[in-house]
Design a protein around this ligand. Structure first.
Ligand code: NAP
Length: 282
């Protein structure tokens, strides 16, 4: 069975839109997401446009701040602080990667943790690792939603996560552990990768290598979640999993596109609504 994140995202967005309609009908202002983009990287521009469009579709306000490539770290920090102090902004997202002359960590630690809808501020990271309520990064949260909506039970299951980045692999592994899965994390130093992945009831792949995972890596009947977004040698969008090669062997699999990707923006909207409600409810 193929699990389409795009369909799950559609339902969640419809729920958020209803909630926004209620908010607006009650005379309150709309939730507002502010996205800050530095430079003109085409992929980043397209991601930012996607976020602006998603906000418009569900009735959020959005503010897009576009800054030139040569913006200094201090100038960007000033803008982040202005957004922190702006009562009409609920969520702040600084589009990554930033130009090399800007230290992304310095920027992230200066975002108000209550507006950190990307879930990357150290306070929110700590909350995740202490199982407290905070902002969880969007892609890992999207993976968890897909598993939940597909009724995949996690407690006691062996989940293998390939990839340990701060953005995806590590938080997804922690979320799975918080749901009582037995989690094995693999990375570029892992030896005999397939001997480990073949033990997985659930395989979450966030490795960033086009179609690297073939059926030799997958146990019969496993659930396979493909987080990867890559271009193959022909420029075609593809995941980290060789979908055609693997699909017959799995019980459930996410495609690329229309799998985890649409869930990421959707979870950003969920986090922005949460930030808004947290702020208006004090
Ligand atoms: P990343 O920072 O490059 O991390 C890749 C991870 O894979 C690292 O932990 C690396 O290990 C590991 N790795 C690399 N080669 C390996 C190998 N041969 N065997 C085992 N592990 C290996 O990438 P990321 O930011 O986590 O993103 C991963 C993928 O998800 C990318 O395709 C990205 O485009 C995609 N992504 C998708 C979304 C979405 O919305 N769907 C969002 C974010 C990212 P080391 O730690 O040892 O280097």
């Amino acid at each position: 069975m193929i699990i389409y994140g795009s369909e799950i995202a559609k339902n969640i967005k419809a729920d958020i839109k209803s909630r926004v309609d209620e908010i607006v009908a009650s005379g309150k202002r709309k939730p507002c997401l502010c996205v800050i983009l530095v430079g003109d990287d085409p992929a980043s521009i397209s991601y930012v446009k996607g976020k602006e469009k998603a906000c418009a579709e569900i009735g959020f306000a959005s503010k897009m701040i576009t800054l030139p490539q040569e913006t200094s770290e201090e100038e960007l920090l000033d803008i982040v602080r202005e957004c922190n102090n702006d009562d009409n902004i609920d969520g702040i997202l600084v589009q990554l990667p930033l130009p090399k002359h800007i230290n992304a960590h310095n920027i992230i630690i200066n975002i108000d943790p209550n507006k950190d809808v990307d879930g990357l501020h150290p306070l929110n990271v700590a909350k995740l690792y202490q199982s407290q309520d905070g902002f969880v990064p969007c892609t890992p949260q999207g993976v968890m939603q897909i598993l939940k909506q597909a009724n995949v039970s996690l407690a006691g299951k062996h989940v293998v996560v390939i990839g340990r980045s701060h953005l995806v692999g590590s938080p997804v592994a922690r979320l799975l552990l918080n749901e009582n899965a037995t989690v094995t994390m693999c990375h570029s130093y892992t030896q005999d990768l397939s001997s480990i992945t073949k033990l997985a009831d659930i395989l979450v792949v966030c490795v960033g290598k086009p179609r690297m995972i073939t059926k030799e890596y997958v146990k019969e009947g496993a659930v396979v979640i493909d987080v990867g977004v890559n271009r193959d040698e022909n420029g075609k969008l593809c995941g980290d999993v060789d979908f055609e090669n693997v699909k017959e062997k799995c019980s459930l699999i996410t495609p690329v596109p229309k799998g985890v990707g649409p869930m990421t923006i959707c979870m950003l909207l969920v986090n922005t609504l949460k930030a808004y409600e947290g702020r208006i409810n004090g």
